[in-house]
Design a protein around this ligand. Structure first.
Ligand code: 475
Length: 841
C-alpha cells in the first residue's frame, strides 16, 4: 500500500499508532478525556447527554482505528468490492450496536456505573439516525450489519439528509409532522472535506468532430454542485471488520459560489445560490411505496449516483487495471429503481469520457449492476417525465434513448411477429408527457433482477416484468428472501431472551449462525425454561406498558394479550381491517353477559406508524384509531377487556421496545401486495406469534415454523384479481358484521362520522380494492381462535419457543450470502484478527 511517509519515518508512526481501548479502565480514561477536552465539560457539569457524547466519542475512536485497518486490508487484498446504493439507510441508534459488535458493552456498563451513570439511560440519549421511511431503508441497514459481520468488502452509498423522516406527534387524534433535525451532535460521522466530487446539472450537449477526426460528445455548461463525503463506520459483530457507509452532502461548488457577486454587491444572490445547492441533500422524501415524481427528487438521485460512481471509479483506477476488469472489481446493487441513473451515468463515463466503444461499455455496465425490486404496487413504480430529464440531464436522455433503441432492435429480431411487444417493453412510455420507466431501464442495464420473497419474485415474473422473462429467459430473475440482523433484533432489543438462549445453547454462537437456534426445540417441554421464557416476555410487556403510559397517558395491563401492528400506514397493509376488527370486538364485548366476559382474554390493541404527509387515507386511519381509543379506553363497562393504543412516532428505537413485547403481531396485507415484510421476522424471532395473510415472507415463515404456529386467514393472491373484478361487475356483497361496524361509525360513536366517510366509502362505493370486506369474516374468526389459544398459556409458550427455534433462515447473514453467491460472485474476505477472540456481551 502506498504511503506518503518515507520508510525510515514510519517507525515513529507505528510506535504511536492509536490502538483504541480494550478494557474498562481504558474506556473510562477515554470517555472522561473526551468529556473534559472535546466537550469542555467537567465533573461538575456532566449530564446524561454529555455522558452519552463522551462514551460515543470513545467508541467512535475505537471504530475508526479498525475502520482504517479494514480499508487497508481490503485494498491490499485487491478484492472485488460490493457497493450498495440506497437512498435510504434506516440505521437507528449506533452506540448500543457499536458496544455489542465490538464486544465491550460489559466494560462500558461497569465503567459508566463507576462514573455515576446507568448505561440504559446513556444509550437513550442518542437521536435515531432516521434516513429512511420503512422496510426498504431498514433492510439496507441490516444488510450493512451482515456485510461487515461476514467480512465482505462492502460500502454503502447514500445521501446525508439534514432532515430524516419527520417526527410524528398526535394532536386531537391527528398526525402532526415535526422536522427531524438530527445533526447538531453526530459523533458517528467523519466529514471528509477533502473527498469531494463536482456534479453537473442542466447545460447542453455538444457533438463535434475533433482535429483528428474523432467524434466527440460533450456535456457542457449548466450548473455544478459539489458532493462532500461523510463516512459512517459500520462495525461487524465479533470481527475486526469495520466497513464504510459513505453519505453525500451537497454544497455550492467553489467555482460556482460566485465571489464576483459579493464584490458587485450581489451578496444576497450569492447566498441564495449556495442555499439552492444545499437543498439537494436537505430532506428525505417521506413517501413509502409511492413515487411522486418531483424534480428535486430526481436531482437527489442523480447527484448521489454521479458522486458515488465517480468515487468508485477513482478507487478502481488506483488498481491500474484495464476497464474490462471493472466488473471483477466492482459489484453495484441497486436498492430499488431509485439509483437507476447510475446505469446511464456509467455508460456515459465509459463512452463519452473514457472513449470506450458503445457495446464494450454496455457489457461492462450490465455485468456490474444488479437490481432489487421491492414492490409491485403501480403507484410506487418510478416514471420520470422525459421533458424533465431532458432539461436536467440532456446527455443522459440521449443515452437512455440509445439504450432503448438497441434494446428494441434486439427484441424486434427475436419477436418479429409480436408488434405490441415493442410498445409494452419500451423504456419510453408514450404517454402525455412521455415518461421513462425506470424499472425497465434497471432490468435492461443489470445482469440480475431479484425480488425479496418467493411469492413476490414469482409475481414480478408473471405480472409486471413478464415480457422481460420472455426476452431474457428466466435465469436473469431470481429470488433472495429478505432477512434481518439477529444482533440488533434479538441480542440488542431483547438482551434477556438472548442471554437465556445462550445459556441453553452454551454460547452466543447463534448470533453468527442463526440456524443453531433449532437446538431450542430440545427444551420445549422444559418447565423451568418455559417459565423463564414467559417471564421475559412479561418483563418486556411491563417495559412497553411504561412507555405507553409516558407517551400517551394510557395505562394498560401487562397481563393482557398485546396485539401489535406497527409499520407505515398504508391501505394495502390494511390497518383499517385491524381497527374495524377492534370495533367489532368492542361491540361484541358490549353485548356479552358477565359470564361470557369472564372467558375473554383481556387485550391491548397497539398501533404505530407514520402516514406520508400527503396521504389522506392513511391519515384518516390514524385518526380513526385514536378516536376509537378515546371511546373504548374510557368505557368503564369494558375496563381491561379492551384497550386501544396508538404509539406516536414509531421508529427503529421504539421498535426495539415494542417488538419484544408482543404476543401477537399483525401482517395482514391484501395477498400479493406486501413484497416481503421484515417486521414479521423480527416479531417471531422475539417469541411473538403472528396473524397474517398468505403474502410476502409470511408464506416462507409459515413453511419454516409450521402452520400450527401461525394464525393465517384471508384470500389468496391468485384470487385477488377475480374478486376485484366482481366488486365492479358482479354483485358486491359487504360482510354483514362489517356493515354493523360501519353503522356504528355512522352513528357518530367515534365522533364526527364525516371524518371517516372516505374510509367507509372506499369499501362500500369504490370497489374495496384492498378486499377488506372479503377478508373480514375470516380475520375476525382467526382473532377468536387467538383468544382461545391464548387461554392455554402452556401451549402458547410452546408455540413461541418452537417458532423461535425454526427462524434460523431469516437472518440477513443468509440473505447476504445468497446475494454474494448468486448475484455478486464474491467470497468473504478472511480476517486474521478474527482469531483474536472478542467477548460477545
Ligand atoms: C416492501 N419503499 C416490504 C421491504 O424489501 C419489504 C418506495 C418508493 C419510495 C420510497 N420508499 C419506497 C418501498 O418500496 C419499501 O419500503 N418497500 C418494502 O421493502 C424490504 O419487506 O414488503 O413494502
Amino acid at each position: 500500500v502506498e504511503s506518503s511517509i518515507p520508510e525510515p519515518q514510519r517507525e515513529a508512526w507505528k510506535k504511536y499508532s492509536a490502538t483504541g481501548f480494550k478494557s474498562k479502565d481504558d474506556f473510562q480514561k477515554e470517555t472522561v478525556r473526551h468529556i473534559e477536552t472535546t466537550l469542555a465539560r467537567s465533573l461538575f457539569n456532566c449530564d446524561e447527554k454529555a455522558a452519552y457524547s463522551g462514551t460515543a466519542l470513545a467508541f467512535r475512536d475505537r471504530l475508526i482505528i479498525d475502520w482504517n485497518k479494514t480499508q487497508q486490508r481490503q485494498t491490499f487484498a485487491d478484492q472485488k468490492r460490493i457497493y450498495y446504493l440506497s437512498l435510504e439507510f434506516l440505521m437507528g441508534r449506533a452506540l448500543d450496536n457499536a458496544m455489542l459488535n465490538v464486544g465491550l458493552k460489559t466494560a462500558a456498563k461497569e465503567g459508566l456505573g463507576e462514573l455515576g451513570f446507568r448505561i440504559e439511560d446513556v444509550i437513550q440519549q442518542e437521536h435515531d439516525a432516521a434516513l429512511g421511511n420503512g422496510g426498504l431503508g431498514r433492510l439496507a441497514a441490516c444488510f450493512l450489519d451482515s456485510l461487515a459481520s461476514l467480512n465482505y468488502a462492502a460500502w454503502g452509498y447514500g445521501l446525508r439528509y439534514r432532515y430524516g423522516i419527520f417526527k410524528q406527534e398526535i394532536e386531537n387524534g391527528y398526525q402532526v409532522e415535526i422536522p427531524d433535525y438530527w445533526l447538531d451532535f453526530n459523533p458517528w460521522e467523519f466529514p471528509r472535506n477533502d473527498v469531494t466530487i463536482d456534479v453537473q446539472f442542466y447545460g447542453w450537449v455538444n457533438k463535434y468532430t475533433d482535429d483528428e477526426g474523432k467524434q466527440i460528445t460533450s456535456w457542457q455548461d449548466g450548473e455544478i454542485v459539489t458532493a462532500v463525503a461523510y463516512d459512517v463506520p459500520i462495525p461487524g459483530y465479533g470481527t475486526a471488520t469495520v466497513n464504510n457507509l459513505r453519505l453525500w452532502s451537497s454544497k455550492a461548488s467553489a467555482g460556482e459560489f460566485d465571489f464576483a457577486k459579493f464584490n458587485s454587491g450581489e451578496y444576497e444572490n450569492a447566498v441564495a445560490d449556495e442555499q439552492r445547492a444545499e437543498t439537494i441533500s436537505a430532506v428525505l422524501y417521506p413517501n413509502d411505496n409511492m413515487d411522486r415524481g418531483k424534480e428535486l427528487r430526481l436531482k437527489q438521485q442523480y447527484f448521489w449516483c454521479a458522486a458515488s460512481l465517480h468515487d468508485i471509479i477513482r478507487r478502481f483506477k488506483k488498481s491500474k487495471r484495464p476497464w474490462k476488469d471493472f466488473p471483477e472489481q466492482v459489484a453495484i446493487q441497486l436498492n430499488d429503481t431509485h439509483p437507476t441513473l447510475a446505469i446511464v451515468e456509467l455508460q456515459r463515463i465509459l463512452v463519452d469520457l473514457e472513449g470506450i466503444e458503445w457495446n464494450a461499455a454496455w457489457e461492462i455496465v450490465t455485468k456490474t449492476f444488479g437490481y432489487t425490486n421491492h414492490t409491485v404496487l403501480p403507484e410506487a413504480l418510478e416514471k420520470w417525465s422525459v421533458p424533465l430529464i431532458q432539461h436536467l440531464l440532456p446527455r443522459h436522455l440521449q443515452i437512455i434513448y440509445d439504450i432503448n433503441l438497441y434494446f428494441l432492435q434486439q427484441v424486434e429480431r427475436r419477436f418479429p411477429k409480436d408488434r405490441d411487444m415493442l410498445g409494452r417493453v419500451s423504456i419510453i412510455e408514450e404517454s402525455q408527457p412521455k415518461t421513462v420507466r425506470m424499472a425497465y431501464l434497471a432490468i435492461i442495464g443489470s445482469h440480475k433482477v431479484n425480488g425479496v420473497a418467493e411469492l413476490h419474485s414469482d409475481l414480478i415474473k408473471t405480472t409486471i416484468f413478464k415480457d422481460f422473462v420472455k426476452i431474457y429467459g428466466p435465469d436473469k430473475f431470481t429470488n433472495v428472501t429478505n432477512g434481518i440482523t439477529p444482533r440488533r433484533w434479538l441480542h440488542q432489543a431483547n438482551p434477556r431472551l438472548s442471554e437465556l438462549i445462550a445459556s441453553k445453547l452454551g454460547s452466543y454462537e447463534f448470533l453468527k449462525d442463526l440456524t443453531l437456534l433449532n437446538k431450542l426445540e430440545n427444551f420445549v417441554d422444559d418447565k423451568d425454561f418455559k417459565k423463564e421464557w414467559a417471564e421475559i416476555k412479561y418483563a418486556n410487556k411491563v417495559r412497553l406498558a411504561q412507555h405507553i403510559l409516558s407517551a400517551t397517558g394510557i395505562s394498560v395491563n401487562p397481563k393482557a394479550l398485546f396485539d401489535v401492528q406497527v409499520k407505515r400506514i398504508h391501505e394495502y397493509k390494511r390497518q383499517q381491517l385491524n381497527i374495524f376488527g377492534v370495533i367489532h370486538r368492542y361491540l361484541a364485548i358490549k353485548n356479552m353477559s358477565a359470564e361470557e366476559r369472564k372467558k375473554l382474554a383481556p387485550r391491548v390493541s397497539i398501533f404505530g406508524g407514520k402516514a406520508a404527509p400527503g396521504y389522506w387515507m392513511a391519515k384518516t386511519i390514524i385518526h380513526l384509531v385514536n378516536k376509537v381509543g378515546d371511546v373504548v379506553n374510557n368505557d368503564k363497562d369494558v375496563g381491561d377487556l379492551l384497550k386501544v393504543v396508538f404509539i406516536p412516532d414509531y421508529n427503529v428505537s421504539k421498535a426495539e421496545i415494542i417488538i419484544p413485547a408482543s404476543d401477537i403481531s399483525e401482517h395482514i396485507s391484501t395477498a400479493g401486495t406486501e413484497a416481503s415484510g421484515t417486521s414479521n421476522m423480527k416479531f417471531v424471532l422475539n417469541g411473538g406469534l403472528v396473524i397474517g395473510t398468505l403474502d410476502g415472507a409470511n408464506i416462507e415463515i409459515t413453511r419454516e415454523i409450521g402452520e400450527q404456529n401461525v394464525f393465517l386467514f384471508g384470500n389468496l393472491s391468485e384470487d385477488v384479481e377475480d374478486l376485484r373484478h366482481n366488486h365492479f361487475y358482479g354483485n358486491h356483497q359487504i360482510d354483514p358484521e362489517l356493515n354493523k361496524v360501519f353503522d356504528e361509525i355512522k352513528k357518530g360513536t367515534f365522533g364526527d362520522e364525516g371524518a371517516f366517510s372516505s374510509l367507509v366509502s372506499a369499501i362500500l362505493d369504490h370497489g374495496d380494492y384492498y378486499l377488506v370486506s372479503d377478508d373480514f369474516n375470516s380475520y375476525c374468526k382467526t382473532q377468536d381462535l387467538i383468544d382461545e389459544t391464548y387461554k392455554n398459556q402452556d401451549e402458547w409458550v410452546s408455540k413461541s419457543i418452537t417458532s423461535v427455534a425454526r427462524m434460523g433462515f431469516f437472518t440477513s447473514d443468509r440473505c447476504i450470502n445468497e446475494y454474494a453467491d448468486s448475484i455478486w460472485n464474491i467470497e468473504p474476505l478472511q480476517v486474521k484478527e478474527e482469531a483474536e477472540v472478542r467477548s460477545r456481551t
